[in-house]
Structures are given as structure tokens and as C-alpha cells.
Design a binder for this molecule. Structure first.
Ligand SMILES: NC(=O)c1ccc[n+]([C@@H]2O[C@H](COP(=O)([O-])OP(=O)(O)OC[C@H]3O[C@@H](n4cnc5c(N)ncnc54)[C@H](OP(=O)(O)O)[C@@H]3O)[C@@H](O)[C@H]2O)c1
Length: 320
């Protein structure tokens, strides 16, 4: 065999191995249930209770339901008593699990000692730090945000401070029992610097770095800490966009994301959102941040929001 032949055989082998490994890694995304199986009793083996912030609707409500369906009792938290009581009733009726309601406003200062008192005697196995605020569904520049001072407080208190404070309250019990799961809900918007949603996206970068650092610190204590970063999920936050291949219902997203629980310290939580994450990161920033692209995004969302508002007015009129 001459040197040239040897070179081409080695090159061919390297390419096959390289693509083989890529295919194997890709199969982890396509078949999470096979790669990261969870036993039926996985969640209940973590503890008796799951705590979900921002659980009166949307993704938080779906997590509360899914965890109750797995046999956990759930603590659900948000600002609106009527909505929480309704969710509590639905979860209780459907699953037979206990539901504890905590009414709180995470924007306010000093709410955490009362929350700590209310959670004190519970054996908490799962925490879902879900509550999050998007300053405005219609994208706009930082200085153009309405009531900027209040917006900054809302975003920092809900998206950043609450995540750290809830971990401070619940992590010690998990550390003592040497088990537990903490899911911190980030956003696909944290994948790259995200103009026109700058404050929101930056707050979610905190969620990701915080989760990843914490996971490294507490992995040897048997605690799983993961940042979950969805793209589109049809909820109030995004004006109930129509569901499709890319925009999932909260229930479908949560069902899928729980299958990636053991897939590392960060996941986009569903095949389509993982692919979207790759795509977004591969777009050159010159293209992504071009004035034309940003304007088009703004116009597109504005038009969609206006159309939805018009449809809602029409529906209201029809129902009168
Ligand atoms: N939907 C998406 O496309 C999407 C994409 C990426 C990431 N996310 C993230 O996913 C998480 C959940 O989003 P979502 O779309 O389900 O939101 P959502 O539909 O707007 O629901 C937010 C929940 O948080 C509660 N909440 C809001 N402000 C609160 C406050 N100050 N204090 C206490 N509770 C508060 C709301 O209830 P009350 O109003 O009754 O308080 C509600 O239960 C967020 O962290 C969000 O950033 C969502």
C-alpha cells in the first residue's frame, strides 16, 4: 500500500467515525426516552412534593399537572387566587394528589421569608422555577420599553432574583436528603444576544449560567439541576400563538421536556426547539442583527398582535 492509499483510507475512516459519532449524538435528541429513561417512580423517589412557580396557567400549569400525574403533591404559586384555586381543583380532581396554593407576587420585595415558612415542613423533591416576565410581546428597543424603571424591576425580580431565592429556600433540603430535581425555565432567546428583547434574553442568560454552575456544584449530592430553554410555546406570554411544528402547546412542551431531564445541564426540551437553537446559532450575527431583519421582526410581530386584537374584538362583538 503506498502512502497516498494509506492517507485516503485513514481520511475515509476518520470521516465515517466523525459522522457516526454525530449520528449517535443526534439519536440522543431524536430518542430521548431510549437514551435518558426515567423509571415510573423517578419523581416520587425524589420527594413527596413538587413546587412550581407561576403555575396558574401556561407552562407552569402544565408542569404542575405533569408532576401530579407522576404521583407528586404540588405547590402552585402565582398572584391570582381564583386562577390558582381553579388549577388546584382540576389537578386534585384529575390526579387525586394534594395541591397547596401560595398566593404571592414575585415582583414585590421581601416575599421570600413567608414562602419559606409555608414550605418549611414539606419534603420537596422537585422545584420548577418557571415564573418569568416578558416586558412586551411586541419587540422594541430597550429605551422604548413602556415604564422602563418598573419593567426593569419586574424582569429582574421575577426572572432572576426569584430563581436564586427559591433555590436558596429549597436546595438545602435536597442537599440533606441527597436527591432532588431543579428545573429553571430559561428561553431560546438566551441562545444568542437578542436585540429588541434584550433585557428579557439577558435575564435568561442568568438563568442558564446559574443553573449550569449550580449543577456542577451539587451534582455529587445527587441533585439534577437543568436549564430548560423553550422557543415558542402557546401561552398568554406570546399572545397564544397558534400551535404548529415550532410552537407547541404547554402540555406537549412539558411532556417532551421532561424526557430530556437527564440530558445535561441545559436543554431546549423538544426536537424542534433543539433544531431551532442550532439554526439560530449558525446564522452569522451580521445577518441576524441587520437593521432590515430587526425591522422585519418588529413589523411581523406587530401585525400578528394587531390581527389577534382585531379577531378578539370581532369575537366579543359576535358573542354579545
Ligand atoms: N411561552 C413561550 O413561548 C416561552 C418561551 C420561552 C421561555 N418561556 C418561559 O417560560 C416560563 C413560563 O412562561 P409562560 O409562557 O407559561 O408564561 P405565562 O403564560 O405568561 O404564565 C406566567 C405565569 O406566571 C405567573 N406570574 C406572572 N407574574 C407573576 C408575579 N409577579 N408573581 C407571581 N406569579 C407571576 C402568572 O400568573 P399570575 O398572572 O396569576 O400571577 C402565570 O401563572 C417563563 O419563564 C418564560 O420566560 C416561555
Amino acid at each position: 500500500m503506498d502512502l497516498m492509499e494509506l492517507f485516503f483510507i485513514s481520511l475515509g475512516t476518520a470521516v465515517i467515525v466523525c459522522y457516526g459519532v454525530k449520528l449517535l449524538l443526534f439519536s440522543r435528541i431524536l430518542f430521548p426516552k431510549m437514551w435518558f429513561p426515567l423509571s415510573k417512580s423517578f419523581f416520587t423517589s425524589m420527594g413527596e412534593w413538587a413546587v412550581v412557580t407561576g403555575a396558574s396557567e401556561g407552562i407552569g400549569r402544565a408542569y404542575a399537572f405533569a408532576l401530579a400525574e407522576q404521583g407528586m403533591n404540588v405547590v402552585i404559586m402565582s398572584r391570582t387566587k381564583v386562577a390558582l384555586d381553579q388549577v388546584a381543583k382540576e389537578i386534585g380532581d384529575t390526579t387525586g394528589q394534594k395541591v397547596k396554593v401560595i398566593i404571592t407576587d414575585f415582583i414585590q420585595e421581601n416575599v421570600f421569608s413567608e414562602i419559606e415558612d409555608q414550605l418549611r415542613d414539606l419534603n420537596i423533591g422537585v422545584l420548577v422555577n418557571n415564573v418569568g416576565v416578558l416586558p412586551s410581546y411586541v419587540p422594541c428597543k430597550f429605551l422604548e420599553s413602556a415604564e422602563l424603571d418598573q419593567t426593569i424591576t419586574r424582569v429582574i425580580n421575577c426572572n432572576v432574583k426569584t430563581v436564586a431565592k427559591m433555590c436558596k429556600i429549597i436546595l438545602p433540603g435536597m442537599e440533606k436528603r441527597r436527591k432532588g430535581v431543579i428545573l429553571n425555565i430559561s428561553s431560546g432567546a438566551a441562545s444568542v444576544p437578542f436585540p429588541l428583547y434584550t433585557l428579557y434574553a439577558a435575564s435568561k442568560v442568568f438563568v442558564e449560567r446559574f443553573s449550569q454552575g449550580l449543577q456542577a456544584e451539587y451534582k455529587d449530592k445527587g441533585i439534577i439541576i437543568q436549564a430548560v430553554a423553550p422557543f415558542g410555546v402557546s401561552t398568554r406570554m406570546v399572545d397564544y400563538q397558534k400551535t404548529n411544528m415550532m410552537t407547541l402547546s404547554p402540555e406537549d412542551f412539558v411532556k417532551s421536556s421532561l424526557q430530556y431531564l437527564r440530558a445535561g445541564d441545559k436543554t431546549h426540551g423538544s426536537v424542534c426547539h433543539i433544531l431551532l437553537g442550532w439554526l439560530l446559532q449558525s446564522i452569522p450575527s451580521k445577518v441576524l442583527y441587520a437593521e432590515y431583519v430587526l425591522h422585519s421582526l418588529q413589523d411581523y410581530v406587530k401585525k400578528k398582535a394587531a390581527q389577534r386584537a382585531l379577531n378578539a374584538t370581532f369575537e366579543n362583538h359576535k358573542n354579545k
